[in-house]
Design a protein around this ligand. Structure first.
Ligand code: NAD
Length: 476
């Protein structure tokens, strides 16, 4: 195996090409590792993630003042639980899965053999820098792949810590990481990867998919969009208020599965909005002074969010709470806005920040009609005690995932597929679904060598064979 010589000073495209070729050459050795060997690698990664915990906290505080407890909940725990889940289940996932034999193929036996896709690229966003980089990596390793990673340039401290971790745990022919911006992404995307796992915006998702098309690389696209929350008049308002405030303002709303906007039944609107304000007070007291409330990731996003709030105010929306911004700190207070109209920017684009627009409804049909007009959301949440209403929403809307009487936490249910649908994503991740995304389910059919029914179909054809074909078509 040719090893990169650090003296040689290969950089940029040439380096990506060199690492890609190394990984391509090494992929069979890697792919042929047993479940036990892959588990040993996952254990090594788990140990490193635990050892780097303090550094993750320090880096994310520097990147956007992410509270240490939120780093533990939404970064470290998500990755460690994904690793432990894979360790517990990998032997079973890798086992060939036998399938039934149709009568027409009697005598043969068939099974699915999960083989690694080969050399994969992971491009990740900034909002959960560790979770959304190492999470997919766990699935890629479990499935036996070599991986090249491009983390986000918006959270440089977190990316630098991940680089140290990756370089400590892996050789570059197994896993390599390249920091940098979209230019690095685009140069990497020129390589003929066997699979590309991208997490980010729908706009960039389209760029990734067209780059992948040039090499016919398969893709998993974990995207975003506007995820609605519905509160009907049967809901437990106190519980709904607490959960929505937590789901909306965790990570300062910079979450792909954050409730983007709210639909509340007219009759419970005032009660719910009052409870929102009470819960926010209980959570953060003074959000500016609170160490439990993060900052917006950069000035670009700070300005974007403030202009979304200004646009709503100018167009006559009602500010229930918040709306304050402090540019030097990239701070925006938890903001709730009611009386919103569809021509306001906060109802047109994904908010991805601490702003919750509130709409009202009288009949659930109005909500369904509104949601159907937009793109399929990544998540759809409903607070309701009515099973009938829950069923109605499930049957009459489409979404990547749904929680009833909760939000966001389905991300942590590793037995469920996580991902969107069309504009909110293509393909699924987490647990077995992540393993599957990085695998090719190879179809294997085995015939006995001494006798095979196939000989009845070989030429020369005659009346008996024609009859056999006729019976097959009619009765099998
Ligand atoms: P983004 O799409 O701007 O960037 C994501 C990654 O793509 C970064 O590494 C970036 O460097 C790279 N990139 C940006 N422009 C590129 C280009 N033109 N060509 C190639 N690569 C490019 O997303 P973001 O701002 O980092 O994250 C926010 C978005 O991600 C939101 O839409 C959010 O909903 C979505 N998201 C989805 C999930 C999910 O699991 N479905 C999770 C988190 C975030």
């Amino acid at each position: 195996m040719e090893v990169i010589n650090p003296e040689e000073k290969v950089e940029g495209k040439a380096l990506y090409h060199q690492v890609f070729e190394q990984q391509k050459a090494y992929q069979y050795e890697l792919g042929n590792r047993s479940a036990k060997e892959r588990i040993a690698v996952l254990k090594k990664l788990l140990k490193a993630v635990m050892a780097y915990r303090p550094q993750f906290k320090e880096a994310m505080w520097q990147d956007f003042r992410k509270p240490a407890v939120e780093v533990d909940i939404s970064e470290v725990f998500v990755v460690t639980s994904e690793i432990k889940h894979a360790i517990r289940n990998l032997k079973y996932w890798m086992k060939p899965k036998g399938v039934q034999t149709p009568t027409a193929l009697i005598g043969s036996s068939s099974f699915i053999h999960y083989e690694p896709k080969g050399v994969c690229l992971i491009i990740s966003p900034w909002n959960f820098p560790i979770n959304l980089t190492l999470g997919p990596l766990v699935s890629a390793i479990a499935a036996g792949n070599a991986v090249m990673i491009k983390p986000s340039e918006y959270t440089p401290h977190s990316s630098a810590v991940m680089k140290s971790l990756i370089e400590e745990v892996f050789n570059p022919e197994e896993v390599a990481i390249f920091e940098g911006d979209q230019q690095v992404s685009q140069e990497l995307l020129e390589l003929p990867f066997n699979h590309i796992f991208f997490t980010g915006s729908p706009q960039v998702g389209k760029i990734i998919m067209s780059a992948a098309a040039k090499n016919l690389s398969s893709v998993t696209l974990e995207l975003g969009g506007k995820s609605p929350t519905i509160v009907d008049r049967t809901a437990n308002l106190d519980e709904a208020a607490a959960k929505i405030m937590w789901g909306k303002f965790f990570n300062a709303g910079q979450i792909c599965v954050s409730p983007d906007y709210l639909f509340v039944h007219e009759s419970v609107k005032d009660g719910l909005l009052n409870k929102f304000v009470q819960k926010l007070k209980a959570f953060y007291q003074d959000s500016m002074a609170s160490d439990d409330y993060p900052r917006i990731v950069n000035q670009k996003h700070f300005k974007r969010l403030m202009s979304i709030i200004d646009d709503a105010r100018e167009k006559g929306a009602n500010l229930i709470t918040g709306g304050e911004g402090e540019g030097s700190q990239r701070f925006i207070s938890p903001t709730i806005i009611s009386d919103v109209r569809d021509d306001m920017r906060l109802m047109e684009e994904e908010i991805f920040g601490p702003v919750l627009p509130v709409k009202t409804f009288n009949k659930l049909e109005e909500v369904v009609k509104y949601i159907r007009k937009g793109e399929k959301p990544l998540a759809l949440y409903m607070y309701s005690r009515s099973k009938k209403n829950q069923k109605y929403i499930l049957q009459n809307t489409r979404a990547g995932g749904t929680c009833f009487n909760d939000n966001v936490v389905h991300f942590n249910q590793n037995n469920l597929p996580f991902g969107g649908s069309n504009n909110s994503g293509i393909g699924k991740s987490h647990g077995f679904y992540g393993f599957e995304a990085f695998s090719n389910p190879r179809a294997v059919l085995r015939q006995p060598t001494r006798f095979s029914m196939m000989k009845f179909l070989f030429p020369p054809y005659n009346a008996v064979k024609e009859k056999l074909v006729d019976i097959t078509i009619k009765y099998m």
